[in-house]
Design a protein around this ligand. Structure first.
Ligand SMILES: Cc1cc2nc3c(=O)[nH]c(=O)nc-3n(C[C@H](O)[C@H](O)[C@H](O)COP(=O)(O)O)c2cc1C
Length: 302
């Protein structure tokens, strides 16, 4: 799957690739950039800087808002026949519910699932990220679940921040709220200092670290949830592994740690054929080991 925020919301970013058809064919699902109730301008530039083994970004959830997303982007995604997961963000618990309701009232049945990003600042509660507040997470997931129209099957995924001491606490809260799956992980907080200005590089000081540098952290969090949460262990609540995945070998590692599927973000910025090559490599590995993805999930736990 694409990782939210790294491949747009309409498929246009994939369509411009030289091997776009093969890339669409290699994807299992498309996850959109974070969508909010109202348009957001995002943060002032600079917004990205490379680190030794990754990327720091401070985009600030720039997007055109749910109305324009529904009108302009979602219809374009329809042509590729991929399941569409819409990544949603809001500043209050109520707004998460309102946003989900608005989306599902006008999506023409195109949305397969919602991926709730709980990593944004909780403005009403005083600026702490929702992602570190287990009570808020449970309420957000419940509010989103409640907004699903009767008779519709919509998968609810909660995407957790790794900026916590024990990932199983927010994970359990998401499950208690009714999350069908967990996405692990979002970016890690990081800082870069500009030697010329002698000031932090980013206006908000800290930014989000992604790419190969975060892979061991993501693996650790997938491992912990799979090992310690019975619903994850018995696959009732599957884990989507994210963080520094650049090759099929990375994907297999995540699966053996407990992920049932994977998302790729930063690698795609430097290596446009990543999805095609990952699919090929994974298929070869599965054939050579006479196994299926299902066999690999959690294999390293013994
Ligand atoms: C430029 C950029 C924008 C992102 N925007 C979002 C977003 O809108 N919503 C979200 O949940 N995650 C967002 N993320 C986080 C990614 O989806 C992913 O969780 C993270 O980058 C780790 O995966 P990776 O190492 O494969 O990039 C963004 C990441 C990057 C690099």
């Amino acid at each position: 799957m694409t990782a939210s925020g790294t491949s747009g919301s309409s498929g246009d970013e994939v369509r411009v690739l030289r091997r776009s058809d093969e890339t669409f064919a290699a994807l299992g699902a498309f996850v959109t950039k974070g969508v909010t109730l109202h348009p957001r301008k995002g943060n002032p530039e600079p917004r990205v800087i490379e680190t030794h083994a990754g990327l720091l970004n401070s985009i600030g959830l720039q997007n055109k808002g749910v109305d324009r997303f529904l009108r302009e982007d979602l219809p374009k995604l329809r042509h590729h026949g991929l399941p569409v997961y819409v990544n949603i963000s809001a500043n209050s618990i109520e707004d998460y519910g309102t946003l989900a309701e608005k989306l599902l009232a006008a999506d023409d049945g195109q949305v397969t699932g919602l991926e709730i990003n709980v990593s944004c600042p909780n403005i009403k509660e005083g600026g702490v990220s929702f992602g570190v507040d287990a009570v808020a997470i449970e309420k957000i997931v419940k509010a989103v679940r409640k907004s699903i129209p009767r008779g519709r099957q919509v998968t609810v995924i909660t995407k957790l921040t790794p900026n916590v001491t024990d990932i199983t606490v927010p994970a359990k809260a998401a499950i208690a709220g009714g999350s069908d799956a967990l996405s692990l992980i979002n970016t890690l907080r990081g800082v870069a200092i500009n030697l010329r200005s002698q000031k932090p590089y980013f206006a908000n000081v800290s930014a989000g670290l992604s790419g190969p540098a975060v892979k061991p952290v993501g693996l650790c969090m997938v491992w912990d949830c799979f090992a310690k949460i019975p619903e994850c262990r018995n696959r009732q609540v599957p884990i989507l592994g994210i963080g520094g995945i650049s090759t099929w070998q990375d994907a297999v590692e995540y699966m053996m740690a407990g992920a049932s599927a994977v998302q790729v973000g930063t690698a795609w910025f430097v290596y446009p054929d990543v999805f095609i090559d990952m699919k090929k490599g994974l298929e070869k590995y599965l054939a050579a080991t006479k196994s299926s993805v299902r066999d690999l999930v959690g294999k390293a736990h013994g």
